[in-house]
Design a protein around this ligand. Sequence first.
Ligand SMILES: Nc1nc2c(c(=O)[nH]1)N[C@H]1C(S)=C(S)[C@@H](COP(=O)(O)O)O[C@H]1N2
Ligand SMILES: [Mo]
Length: 231
Amino acid sequence: MPKDPHISRRNFLAAAGGTMVSIGLPGTFVKLFDFEQRALAAQTRPDGKPRIPPGQDAIKKILDMGGRPGTATVDNFTLRVRGEVEKPLVLSYQDLLALEQVQLTCDVHCVTGWTLLDSRWSGVRLSTIMRLAKLRKEANFVIFEAAAGYTANIPITEARKENVILAHSFFGQKLPKEHGSPVRALVPDRYFYKSAKWLEGIKFTTKDEPGYWESNGYSNSADPWKEERYR
Ligand SMILES: Nc1nc2c(c(=O)[nH]1)N[C@H]1C(S)=C(S)[C@@H](COP(=O)(O)O)O[C@H]1N2
Ligand SMILES: [Mo]
């Protein structure tokens, strides 16, 4: 493994295949103090699940997990919505802002073991896009299509949840480049590799199409509370 993990991961993505590498940028992260961790671990969510899923540790600040950014900016961004829809769409950044906006405070869980609590995002619900594009009943899966060929897939049942959004802001600011600007998917209740950064398209399919990490040894369902990490 080269010294700079960012470079090695880029090369890996560029090569698109080959040997298994660690998901995201490997390395250590700064956890909360043990007493804080224990207090948080004792909390439960409104849905009754523990606040911190098994095998996860809370951290203070989001990490840049790398990946290959796109060239899109706020000015030339387009989101293509296609597949099992009556009305395929091509949305600009302004188009997205003109749709119903939501603000969301949620926890995100990276499969490498870190959990970021109370992260604040804003954007548009995926269900809003589904309504706008007039989803066909044949649509069973959502495939997020991102820059450089990165994809991630979720079932339509997950996609309908209120907390699944296309995010353009993070803590009240435009999404930083390294975290997926202009727009990323956010699927808080699955491991974070489902939350495709640098989003370019959304495809609705009848059959499942396992995404990038889902085809490289990681779980297709990716439920943090069931610890579905690997295939
Ligand atoms: N386009 C794209 N999206 C991606 C990735 C990637 O490599 N490319 N990595 C995924 C993984 S493994 C994780 S953990 C999160 C990390 O997001 P962050 O860098 O904003 O923390 O993005 C996910 N989305
Ligand atoms: Mo990850």
